[in-house]
Design a protein around this ligand. Structure first.
Ligand code: SF4
Length: 346
């Protein structure tokens, strides 16, 4: 197999990858896709949901909802300044910090997640970029162990270089999560210690090593609807598009700069999910952080608008989740027919 070579003069980030196909991850969105996103976003709500439902049915006829679990394998003390994140060392928050977990402890959590129906196990570490040496090797071991359980493995470790991406691939990694969080225009309002372009470069390394891309954002950080559509247009412009698109509803942690941000109207959140479903038809749209601030009915609306995956469990990195019992019922309510017993219930 030929070595992977990134062209140095190509602003669009066209990569010559192992399969000889050309993959493109541009820092910018395609204008036509952006205009389409805006047109969809402005439609009457019912029309938008109907259009999203048609695309959903065409591309996901089995109408399932995938469950993933996400474990924070190293929490807190991160040098970055993401305004929403309680793990940044720059903010006074009450999260419980811990160093990188041992592999055996990670595997125990993965087994428990599998027993509760999770098909994918995601591991997140609060780093700007993974350190070289023993800690990175430990993550590689954890990936191998999770794979040996028959689960899909995903990690989110911050910025990667090409060599690290290759090692992750060789360890059997299925997905790398690397959210761009918001539009390129709004990015510097949320994070100043890295640039949107830095995130894009890591996404190129991930793609270049044939690892599936999990990339999405956070809504409700004070961005405009236009920013939300630029985010979706960026994701939809990627070629190939990300296989997995987490959409988070801002969790306002005390001590972070975004703790007093004005609430986003949930219908704008749902509209964004519907546009994502239409413009990223093959992606698993993941209803991620923020479910604790949504009613059961709002979550059902998100799943009706085209989200087809949830993070399940008690906690999503540092954000609380509704828990397995709630999630089991939610998924049953969405995917199972009513039986005779249900018909006798008031
Ligand atoms: S979101 Fe990630 S990179 Fe940003 S401060 Fe939190 S842990 Fe660090």
């Amino acid at each position: 197999m030929e070595p992977i070579i990134e062209s140095q003069d190509n602003q669009l980030g066209k990569l010559q990858c192992n399969s000889n196909s050309v993959q493109t991850i541009s820092e910018d969105y395609d204008e036509a896709i952006y205009q389409k996103a805006i047109t969809l976003y402005k439609k009457p709500f019912l029309q938008l949901i109907q259009e999203a439902a048609v695309v959903h049915k065409e591309n996901w006829p089995e109408a399932d909802i995938q469950r993933s679990a996400l474990l924070s394998i190293k929490t807190g003390s991160c040098p970055e300044d993401c305004s929403y994140c309680p793990q940044s060392a720059r903010y006074e928050t009450d999260i419980k910090k811990h160093p990188l977990m041992e592999v055996n402890d990670i595997v125990e959590k993965a087994k428990a997640a599998k027993a509760n129906g999770a098909e994918r196990f995601c591991m997140g570490a609060a780093w700007r970029k993974p350190p070289r040496g023993e800690q990175f090797d430990r993550v590689l071991d954890a990936i191998r162990e999770v794979k040996s359980l028959g689960m899909e493995a995903c990690v989110t470790l911050g910025l990667l270089n090409e060599e690290q991406a290759l090692k992750l691939k060789e360890a059997g990694l299925d997905y790398y999560n690397h959210n761009v969080d918001t539009s390129k225009d709004y990015y510097s309002k949320v994070i100043t210690t890295r640039k949107f372009q830095d995130r894009v470069q890591t996404l190129r390394h991930v793609r270049n090593n044939d690892i599936n891309v999990c990339c999405g954002g956070i809504l409700g950080m004070g961005e405009s609807s236009d920013d939300r559509m630029k985010l979706i247009a960026f994701l939809a412009t990627m070629d190939p598009q990300p296989e997995s698109v987490p959409i988070n509803f801002l969790v306002k942690f005390d001590g972070t700069p975004l703790e007093n941000t004005k609430d986003l109207d949930i219908l704008h959140f749902v509209r964004t999910i519907a546009v994502a479903r239409i413009l990223l038809p093959k992606a698993r749209i993941r209803l991620s952080a923020g479910r604790m601030d949504m009613s059961r009915e709002a979550q059902i609306l998100c799943l009706t608008a085209g989200a087809n995956s949830i993070f399940s469990g008690e906690v999503l990195l540092t954000s609380p989740l509704p828990g397995y019992t709630f999630d089991n019922q939610l998924i049953d309510d969405m995917t199972k027919p009513l039986d005779k017993e249900n018909l006798n219930v008031l």
